[in-house]
Write a protein that binds this ligand. Structure first.
Ligand code: FAD
Length: 614
């Protein structure tokens, strides 16, 4: 047969043979440039998505297009250096970067917050909220350049095609294949992909093409810079008592937040000895023009964070970069489509860096994108799933926005803000991260079954975020000034170890409980019951200690019986319909009495008299 075919080709006139050869070559190069998935952008979102897809389905054909040349610089590359539990879990266990993170990136000892005291010239006088060691569930401080170089190499080794110095020019959607035009080494190339995923960050390739932009009303700006030297907040005082409270290494390995009204300043250590410093500030309270050059940022620090300014000035000859970003939060109309495109990472939405959720969102959207792509490649319908995923992902983003929007003024208020941090950690560990750790964030049946419980959770959180804002407003002077407000700025200096709050510690370690689905559902419900008790206790505390507190709205529903007493549980303390002891956790089986006692650890003593606790 083959012989017969080659004889017939030989018999063709030379001109016809040439035409046939050309056609064959074209077909071959088309097949070579045809992929299942073309990913636009090889940063954190694009690089990890490629790895996640390949690990889930080794035969999938993926092309990553990245305009930068590799290797990219270490340390002074991108922001997104501090990771929290969800993001770290994603990178370690789903992307498979555990070894890299354990060996050539830094472990992290949680988030740490220093609240203002006087003119902030003495760190020992500030209320410190933090922990004393790395946390049981690992998190990391990530040099993004180092990480992206590793991803680039690992992806190539795994058989993923990675083109760097490849700038995406345009995307045309087709019925079977989408066409992507790329500029690479001055040549214009076209490739096709059944799926196109935009991971171009603020390059926003598809968002612009499809007109999906949606501005966010959360208006906060940031500036940041890096030094190739250690800058450790633990070196700012040699007071023996202050030094004894927290080991120096734990202070260094945290993401430090120096807090003030309308701003926070981050200090993030990078492997082996660099430091990232950033100022993040509400545009209404701290104009961007006051900090948008290095000299201005130093002058701003001298005014608001003088100890940090001194440390920065001492290292300015080691400065590696200086970057600015105005109004960083952005929304999007739609991020997933049944027409086989998706937006992931910052190409879709970005909320706020305060609790370092950037890589959490990458883990969430990449996991949804992976689920959709694998399903569609098996020729299963995805239109309905796409609608639900858009709702879940964008609703999650909007609920996160509520955590940050209008909350920057609270950042100088130690009393309200320590409560808010404990609340925000509790909802994160108790519900959002718990679901992600159990691989259920993309499970639509789980979301459907849990919709009433998750709606109870959402409503509670919306009311709590409003409560924190209202509580802070009651503690401010007319005109909004934070200075000289009795009970607001005169906290006794203290270290509050949040890992010593038993329910918080347990919510954290229980992330790795590995529950089955039924047990997870019960655990989520019980954690929401616990959250209702925490909310109620915080509200009671505000009522008892704050002038004019009668105007505060109760965060739990009127006449709402705490769920532990009946509404969601049967007489044995098990949730109705799901009576499985495996779901009982220490944190969620607490009584109201326990919660009150445990929360007492975060109420700060002030020099001004407060009403007695009932
Ligand atoms: C001030 C600030 C602080 C932050 N801090 C944290 C933090 O501490 N922790 C955290 O988890 N997150 C943080 N984030 C968020 C974090 O930076 C992002 O989540 C993360 O960088 C997004 O990764 P990405 O891959 O989506 O985008 P990027 O990392 O920007 O990657 C996009 C890639 O696409 C490439 N590209 C763009 N256009 C094209 C094109 N046309 N063709 C080819 N390639 C293209 C770019 O070169 C780039 O490499 C912070 C964000 C801000 C603004």
């Amino acid at each position: 047969m083959e012989n017969d075919l080659s004889q017939r080709i030989q018999a063709l006139p030379a001109e016809k043979r040439e035409q046939l050869a050309k056609l064959l070559k074209q077909k071959q190069s088309q097949a070579a440039n045809q992929y299942d998935v073309v990913i636009l952008g090889g940063g954190l979102a694009g690089g990890t998505l490629a790895q996640q897809l390949k690990r889930a389905q080794p035969e999938i054909k993926i092309l990553v297009l990245e305009k930068r040349k590799h290797p990219v610089p270490e340390a002074a590359h991108k922001v997104g250096e501090s990771s929290v539990e969800m993001g770290s879990h994603y990178l370690r266990n789903i992307v498979g970067a555990k070894e890299h993170l354990n060996t050539v990136q830094l472990p992290k000892s949680g988030l740490r917050f220093f609240f203002p005291a006087g003119d902030n010239t003495d760190i020992t006088q500030r209320v410190e909220l933090g922990c004393t060691s790395v946390l049981p569930v690992p998190t990391h401080q990530i040099d993004r350049g180092r990480f992206e170089n590793m991803l680039h190499d690992e992806n190539s080794a795994a058989g993923i095609t990675v083109w760097d110095e490849a700038s995406v020019q345009s995307v045309e959607f087709g019925a079977e294949q989408h066409t992507v035009t790329v500029l690479r080494h001055e040549a214009q190339l076209t490739v096709t992909g059944r799926w196109v995923v935009d991971a171009s960050g603020r390059g926003n390739v598809l968002k612009r093409k499809l007109g999906l932009q949606k501005p966010s009303s959360h208006n906060v700006n940031a500036v940041w810079f890096r030094f190739d030297d250690v800058l450790n907040v633990a070196d700012w005082s040699d007071d023996p008592e202050w030094q004894a409270a927290v080991p120096s290494a734990a202070r260094r390995l945290s993401t430090t937040h120096l807090m003030g009204r309308g701003y926070w300043v981050w200090l993030i250590p990078l492997y082996p000895n660099s430091t990232s410093v950033g100022i993040v500030a509400d545009a209404k309270l701290h104009p961007h023009g006051d900090m948008n050059r290095f000299d201005r940022a130093v002058a701003w620090l001298e005014k608001h964070e003088p100890q940090c300014a001194e440390a920065v000035k001492a290292k300015q000859d080691r400065l590696q970069d200086f970057c600015v970003l105005r109004h960083y939060a952005h929304d999007c109309q739609q991020v997933f489509s049944a027409d086989r495109w998706a937006l992931t990472g910052e190409a879709g939405v970005f909320v706020d860096p305060f609790y370092s959720p950037g890589s959490d969102f990458i883990g969430l959207s990449n996991t949804i994108v992976t689920t959709l792509i694998l399903k569609e490649l098996k020729c299963e319908p995805i239109a309905q799933d796409v609608d639900l995923y858009n709702r879940i992902y964008l609703d999650t983003f909007h609920s996160y926005i509520g955590t940050y929007e209008d909350k920057y003024p609270l950042m100088g208020n130690a009393q309200v803000m320590t409560s808010k941090v404990v609340w925000d950690f509790s909802i994160y560990w108790g519900v959002n991260a718990l679901i992600f750790f159990h691989n259920k964030s993309q499970d639509l049946a789980f979301w459907t079954d849990m919709r009433h419980e998750l709606s109870r959770f959402d409503k509670l959180n919306v009311r709590m975020q409003q409560f924190f804002r209202d509580w802070d407003l009651l503690l401010q002077e007319p005109g909004g000034s934070i200075a000289n407000v009795p009970g607001l700025t005169d906290w006794s200096p203290t270290f509050v170890n949040y890992m010593k709050i038993p329910f918080l510690h347990e919510l954290h370690v229980e992330l790795n409980d590995g529950l089955d689905e039924a047990a997870l559902k019960i655990r989520v419900s019980k954690n929401i019951d616990l959250l209702e008790m925490i909310a109620d206790e915080m509200f009671q505390r505000a009522l008892m200690t704050t002038p004019r507190a009668e105007s505060l709205q109760a965060p739990t529903e009127a006449n709402h019986e705490p769920a532990m007493n009946g509404a969601h549980t049967n007489g044995n303390g098990h949730t109705n319909g799901h009576a499985q002891p495996a779901a009982q956790s220490f944190a969620s089986s607490r009584s109201r009495y326990d919660v009150k006692a445990e929360l007492n650890r975060i109420w700060l003593e002030t020099q001004t008299p407060i009403k007695e606790l009932a």
